[in-house]
Design a protein around this ligand. Structure first.
Ligand code: F6R
Length: 604
């Protein structure tokens, strides 16, 4: 949450900061601000609302030519949405200026002490204590003051700090929130929370580690632990909409390619197996694993739930899946025979990271399924598999989800073939996996049918989503997508659980989306359809092509192609993503940046 950017070089900082902020605007969009050093003076501009509001202010301002600056997009945690609470924050003398991503947990006690010492606060944020704390220790050398101040701080931070009295320098610090330094061909430095914000200027990147402090000057980059810059491997196109009206639609439509990318080079069709280079180093340890604990949040958690069914059914490994935010605070029983598998698109989700660290501490083997290369999770795990899904910019996770499901199927094959999964059964899975990208392509052609369906259902205020077994998590995911994108109330439920309470909601004003592929639990799901029908609830079914009979039971059917039961979620979720997308658009919502949310939840 929150995006920070910085620039130090010979060009004007403002346009570069704005481009970088634009690329990070998915991280927070309730206010934005920047500070630029302008011939010995500091100019700080802030605006409530999206980045355009700040751009508007900048346009109305004097020409800003300084070559050093910091910028920020905010997702409010402490203190409401206001200019005073927007970053950058400063100290009493307006010497120290900083932008922050994370949470300072002991801010209240620090604030009390600083207030008693005479510091005057201008905002309600946790961040502002940092500027005053650094002021307290500042004696002409910024990095020294930062180092002393951070010793007193508890929490998470990615920080970029500048000082009027120690000029031409940006000091950076990181603990549990991502922070990257980009270096251009011309020796300019850029700072960002996300590698996407470094393109198109930077060619090399330094990914800061926890507890590091870095000092950028006009001549040098000093990280207080020697590090070699790596090549920045991101395509500029990744962050463009490519003609689509929204990133979300673009990313939904990319899913045939992203599923293909997840599989490419990883299937051994003849052997009915998978090869996963990222697991090679722990291959032998994986043979010994007797239990897998999956931890994740939100959409990634739903992928983990599908993974639980896959791993137990095909690999025969007892598997638990937990919300990372719960796992980290309970007392999981783990030992050297347990593996922890963290699933995360961003690789920066604070709860998932903390859950992983807790399990590592207990001796579990740490594994990850992560999309963002070089992210904190990818560096924290002993081994893992990258999604290769490309940048996901829309706040709602779509292509990362189907990619996670695909990788989980590959992982199941990999672990299954180390155990009792027969070559014949393995071959069935590999063959079906190979067909999957083409089947996804077919499902994506349903877009116009779903858009029409949304016209029919757009005025309903409540929806129920139900499914069983592999598609129970898909019911949860479909409901989550609808809630976050269109702000329509939706409940995701196990179809078999309905009669234990939820059925009471059903009447002619409460439609149900039933995920009912022709699978091992189809007949059970049909019974649930009958129960809803008897109570006059409108029903939309996601069914398998060829199932004509279901038309007699429900109002509307969306057909998806047949595939192996364990892979049905990859196909059944896509119509639900499209349904949520079109509902959001038709109801006038900002689908790429839903209210109150932001991508990459780096706070607890
Ligand atoms: C919902 C969504 C979130 C994320 C969750 C975890 O559409 O995007 O629920 O799935 O915040 O994020 P990652 O996968 O980055 O750990």
């Amino acid at each position: 949450m929150c995006g920070i950017v910085g620039y130090l070089g010979k060009q004007k900082a403002v346009p570069i900061l704005l481009t970088s902020l634009q690329r990070e605007s998915y991280r927070g969009y309730d206010s934005a601000g920047l500070v630029v050093f302008e011939s010995g003076q500091t100019v700080c501009l802030k605006a409530v609302g999206k980045l355009e509001k700040l751009e508007h202010k900048i346009n109305g301002h004097q020409r800003l030519t300084g070559g050093l600056g910091l910028g920020h997009v905010r997702w409010a945690t402490h203190g409401g949405v206001s200019e005073a609470n927007a970053h950058p924050h400063t100290d009493c003398r307006e010497n120290i200026w900083l932008v922050h991503n994370g949470i300072i947990e002991n801010y209240a006690e620090l604030k009390e002490i600083l207030k008693k010492e005479g510091h005057i606060f201008r905002s309600e944020t946790d961040t502002e204590v940092l500027s005053h704390l650094i002021e307290k220790f500042f004696q002409g050398n910024l990095e020294e003051a930062v180092r002393k101040a951070l010793r007193l701080v508890r929490g998470a931070y990615a920080l970029a700090i500048v000082s009027r009295e120690d000029p031409d320098k940006i000091v950076l610090a990181r603990l549990s929130s991502p922070l990257l330094i980009g270096i251009s061909d011309r020796g300019e430095y850029l700072v960002a929370s996300d590698a996407n914000a470094l393109i198109p200027h930077a060619k090399k990147v330094v990914n800061m580690d926890d507890n590091e402090i870095a000092v950028l000057t006009r001549h040098d980059l000093l990280v207080l632990k020697e590090k070699q810059p790596e090549n920045l491997e991101l395509e500029a196109e990744d962050a463009q909409k490519k003609g689509y009206p929204h990133f979300m639609l673009k990313e939904i439509m990319e899913q045939s390619d992203t599923v293909e990318n997840a599989i490419r080079g990883r299937l051994l069709v003849n052997h009915g197996a998978a090869q996963l280079g990222g697991l090679e180093s722990v291959k032998e340890k994986l043979r010994e694993i007797e239990m897998i604990n999956i931890v994740a949040c939100g959409t990634a958690f739903h992928a983990g739930m599908v993974g639980e069914y896959m791993l137990e059914e095909y690999a025969g490994i007892p598997t638990n899946v937990d919300l990372a935010s719960e796992f980290r605070y309970r007392k999981p029983i783990l030992d050297g025979k347990a593996a922890i598998l963290a699933i995360s698109q961003s690789g920066e989700t604070a709860d998932t990271l903390a859950a992983l660290k807790e399990a590592k501490r207990k001796g579990a083997l740490s594994l990850g399924i992560v999309n963002v290369v070089g992210s904190s999770l990818s560096r924290e795990t002993a081994a893992g598999v990258y999604n290769r899904a490309g940048a996901e910019i829309g706040v709602a996770s779509t292509k990362a989800f189907t990619s996670q499901l695909t990788i989980l199927a590959l992982l199941t094959l990999y672990l299954g073939r180390q155990r009792d999964l027969s070559v014949v059964m393995g071959q069935r899975v590999t063959k079906e996996l190979k067909l999957l990208p083409d089947l996804v392509k077919r499902v994506l052609t349903l877009d116009s049918q779903i858009k029409k369906l949304v016209e029919k259902y757009k005025d309903y205020d409540d929806f129920l989503y139900i499914g069983r077994k592999y598609n129970y998590p898909i019911a949860l995911e479909g409901a989550l997508k609808l809630k976050e994108i269109s702000y329509v109330h939706a409940e995701g439920y196990g179809a078999g659980e309905m009669k234990h309470g939820t059925l009471a909601l059903i009447d002619e004003n409460f439609p149900t989306m039933v995920i009912a592929p022709t699978d091992s639990v189809y007949e059970k799901t049909v019974s649930n359809i009958e129960e809803i029908k008897a109570r006059k609830g409108p029903i939309i079914a996601i069914a398998t092509e060829g199932n004509e009979a279901i038309k007699n039971l429900v109002q509307d059917v969306i057909y998806v192609p047949k595939t192996l039961e364990m892979l049905t979620p990859v196909l059944s979720v896509i119509p639900l993503q499209l349904f949520a997308y079109h509902m959001g658009v038709v109801r006038g919502c900002d689908v790429d940046k839903p209210r109150n949310l932001a991508k990459s939840v780096t706070v607890e």
